[in-house]
Design a protein around this ligand. Structure first.
Ligand code: ARG
Length: 589
C-alpha cells in the first residue's frame, strides 16, 4: 500500500515554498490553488497576501514564479491578471502519478487518515412490528455510504441500528399474542421476510382493533406494559418473538437493498433500559434536568412553543415512564464512555432535528459531549412523489419500501433486457444485472442530491441511460470492460514519455483528485459530492472517447497501451467510488 501525493498537493507544496522564499514574513501562507479552465491550475492567494504585506501583487507573483521549482511537475507558470498564477503540469507528471495509483490496488493511492478516530453511526433504524417505508430507505442508504467512505479513509466505525423495539404498543401486542398463541407460528422452518411482515401486520391490526373496542382487553394490555418494563420473564419472551419475527423481515429488506447489516450492531431502544435510571439521576443531580409538573425536564432558552412558553425535553414523564429522549441520552453515554467514540453521527429524518438539538445540548451540559466528542445529526429530507407531495399511495397510505424496490428492479430489468442480446447476456445475468441496476438507481437518486434536500422518487428518471444516473455510470464502467476484453494482445501500460491529448489530460487530472474528493466527502459526511465526482468522471470519459480512439490500428502500440491504462484506471476508480456508495458495477451490461 503506497499512498500517492496528488498533483494538486505537489503543486501546492512548490508554490508554498516559493511563496515563503519570496515573502518570508508570510510564513506558511496558502496559495489557494484551484483547478482552472485557462490552465490546469490557478493560484489566487497572492493578491490577498500582497495586500497584507503592502506589496505589489504582480511583482510578488513574478517573484514567486522566479523561485518556483519547475521542470518535473510544473511545465509552465505565468502571472495573469492582477496577480494570479496560471500553472500547467507536464504530461509526464500526470502519467507517472496515475501509474503510481494504478500500482496501488484498490486503494488507488488514496492515503489513510493519520489520526483516525472512532465514529459511531446510527442509521438503518426501522421499527419492530411495522413496515419499512421510504424514510427508512434514506437512513439506510445514506448511512451505509457514510460507513463505507469513513472506513475507506481509515476511521474506526461502529454501526448502531437503533431500532424501535420498545414502547407501550408492545403491551397490546404481547397480550394479544398470549391470548392467541399460534398467531406467529410458521408452517415451514424457512420463513420469508414477506411472510414475517404479513404475520406481524395482521396481528398488529387485529390487536389494535380489539384494543380500541374492548375495554377489558385494553386494561389487560396496559397491565402488560408494566410487566414488560418490570422485566417479567414470560412477557419478555413474548416480546422477543416480535423482535425476532421483525428481524427476519428487516434482514430480507436489507438483503434486497444489497446491504450488509450485522445482528450484533442492532442495538434497539430496549438495549438502553438498564441505563435509564442512572441517566435521569445524573441529569437531576447535576441540575441539568429539573422537576416540572411531576416530570423531569430540561429547558432551553431558544426552544419555545407557538404560545411563547418554553418547550422542555421530557426525560422522565410524570407517570414515571421513560420516552425516546431518555433512551437517546443513555445511548450517548454508552457510545461515548463504553464505545469510546469521538464522533457520533445520526442519520435521521430532518423532522427529528429539534429532538436531536435538545438531546445533544443536554448531553453537552451534562459533560458527555464536548469539543473532543461531537455529535452531529446527518439530517435528510423527505421523499416526494412525482407530484412533489410526500410520497403516498393513491389511498393516502405510506408506500411499502419493498414494493418500491421491486418496481425499481422490474423497470431496470427491462432496460437491461433491451440490450441483453447485443451483449450476449444469459437470463440469469439479466436478472442479476436488473437487481444491480434497479437498486443502484434507487441508491444513486438518494445519494446524488445533498441529504437535507427533499427529492422526487421518479423511477423513469432513475433508470434513464442519459443524465446523472447510476445506470449511466454503470454503462461507462461496462463499456471500458468491453474495450479491455476486445484489446486482445494489447495490455494496459503507462507510457510517461507520451504526449497527452487535451481530453486525456482532463481525464487524468480528474482521476488524480479521487483521494482529495474522498477526504472532503468524509470530513463533511457528504456522499453527494462523491456522486458528483463520479458523474464528472464518466462525462470526461465520454469526451475522451469522442476525441481519442483507444483500439485503432492507426495508433502506435504505446498509445494503445497508454489509453488502455487510462481507461482501466478510470474503470477501477468508478468501481471503487460506486462501491463506496453501495452500488455494484456489472462487468457486462
Ligand atoms: N426508529 C426511528 C424512526 O423510525 C429512528 C431512530 C433514530 N435514531 C435514534 N437514535 N433516535 O423514526
Amino acid at each position: 500500500m503506497a499512498s500517492v501525493t496528488s498533483l494538486t498537493a505537489s503543486v501546492h507544496q512548490r508554490l508554498a515554498d516559493a511563496l515563503s522564499a519570496a515573502l518570508p514574513e508570510a510564513g506558511s501562507a496558502d496559495p489557494l490553488l484551484r483547478r482552472s479552465d485557462r490552465a490546469d491550475f490557478q493560484a489566487n492567494g497572492i493578491l490577498a497576501l500582497a495586500k497584507k504585506a503592502k506589496a505589489n501583487p504582480r511583482e510578488l507573483a513574478t517573484q514567486v514564479v522566479a523561485r518556483v521549482e519547475s521542470g518535473d511537475v510544473i511545465k509552465d507558470i505565468e502571472v495573469s491578471g492582477p496577480g494570479f498564477l496560471n500553472i500547467t503540469i507536464t504530461d509526464r507528471a500526470i502519467t507517472e502519478n496515475l501509474a503510481e495509483r494504478y500500482a496501488d490496488g484498490e486503494r488507488l493511492g488514496v492515503p489513510l487518515a493519520e489520526h483516525p478516530g472512532t465514529t459511531v453511526i446510527d442509521y438503518a433504524q426501522p421499527n419492530v412490528a411495522k413496515e419499512m417505508h421510504v424514510g427508512h430507505l434514506r437512513s439506510a442508504v445514506i448511512g451505509d455510504a457514510v460507513v463505507q467512505i469513513l472506513e475507506f479513509t481509515g476511521e474506526n466505525v461502529v454501526r448502531r441500528h437503533h431500532i424501535g423495539d420498545w414502547g407501550t404498543q408492545f403491551g397490546m401486542l404481547i397480550q394479544y399474542l398470549d391470548e392467541h398463541p399460534h398467531e406467529l407460528d410458521h408452517k415451514d422452518a424457512q420463513v420469508s421476510g414477506e411472510e414475517a411482515m404479513s404475520n406481524l401486520d395482521r396481528l398488529y391490526k387485529t390487536a389494535r382493533k380489539l384494543f380500541d373496542s374492548d375495554e377489558e382487553f385494553k386494561t389487560r394490555a396496559r397491565r402488560r406494559v408494566v410487566d414488560l418494563q418490570a422485566g417479567d420473564p414470560a412477557t419478555l419472551a413474548s416480546w422477543q418473538k416480535f423482535v425476532d419475527e421483525s428481524k427476519i423481515y428487516f434482514f430480507s429488506v436489507f438483503e434486497k437493498l444489497d446491504m450488509e447489516i450485522q445482528d450484533p450492531d442492532i442495538v434497539g431502544e430496549s438495549g438502553y433500559n438498564d441505563m435509564l435510571d442512572e441517566t435521569c439521576r445524573l441529569l437531576e443531580e447535576s441540575g441539568v434536568a429539573v422537576r416540572s409538573e411531576g416530570a423531569l425536564c430540561v429547558f432551553f432558552d431558544d426552544v419555545k412553543g407557538p404560545d411563547g412558553n418554553p418547550v422542555p425535553l421530557i426525560v422522565k414523564k410524570s407517570d414515571g415512564g421513560y420516552g425516546y429522549a431518555a433512551t437517546d441520552l443513555s445511548a450517548i453515554r454508552d457510545r461515548v464512555f463504553n464505545l469510546k467514540a469521538n464522533s457520533l453521527i445520526y442519520v435521521v429524518d430532518a423532522r427529528q432535528s429539534l429532538h436531536f438539538k435538545m438531546v445533544f445540548e443536554t448531553a453537552r451540559r451534562a459533560g458527555w459531549l464536548s469539543d473532543d466528542v461531537k455529535a452531529h445529526q446527518l439530517a435528510f429530507g423527505t421523499v416526494l412523489g412525482k407530484d412533489g407531495k410526500p410520497f403516498k399511495t393513491r389511498e393516502g397510505e405510506t408506500i411499502r419500501l419493498v414494493d418500491l424496490l421491486d418496481e425499481a428492479i422490474d423497470r431496470a430489468t427491462n432496460v437491461v433486457r433491451e440490450k441483453a442480446e447485443k451483449v450476449g447476456l444469459s437470463e440469469q445475468e439479466i436478472e442479476e444485472n436488473g437487481r444491480f441496476v434497479g437498486i443502484g438507481a434507487v441508491k444513486y437518486a438518494d445519494l446524488s442530491t445533498s441529504a437535507v434536500r427533499d427529492y422526487k422518487f421518479d423511477l423513469d428518471q432513475m433508470v434513464s441511460l442519459n443524465g446523472d444516473t447510476s445506470v449511466y455510470l454503470q454503462y461507462a464502467y461496462a463499456r471500458i470492460k468491453s474495450i479491455l476484453r476486445k484489446a486482445g494482445e494489447a495490455r494496459p501500460a503507462a507510457h510517461p514519455e507520451l504526449e497527452l491529448a487535451p481530453a486525456e489530460r482532463e481525464l487524468g487530472l480528474h482521476l488524480d483528485r479521487f483521494g482529495e474528493t474522498l477526504a472532503e466527502v468524509a470530513a463533511g459526511h457528504e456522499p453527494h459530492k462523491l456522486a458528483a465526482y463520479l458523474y464528472q468522471l464518466a462525462s470526461l470519459l465520454t469526451t475522451f472517447y469522442d476525441k481519442c480512439q483507444v483500439l485503432s490500428d492507426d495508433n502506435p502500440t504505446e498509445v494503445v497501451e497508454n489509453r488502455l491504462f487510462l481507461v482501466d484506471l478510470t474503470a477501477r476508480t468508478l468501481q471503487q467510488g460506486m462501491a463506496l456508495l453501495g452500488i455494484r458495477t456489472p462487468e457486462r451490461l
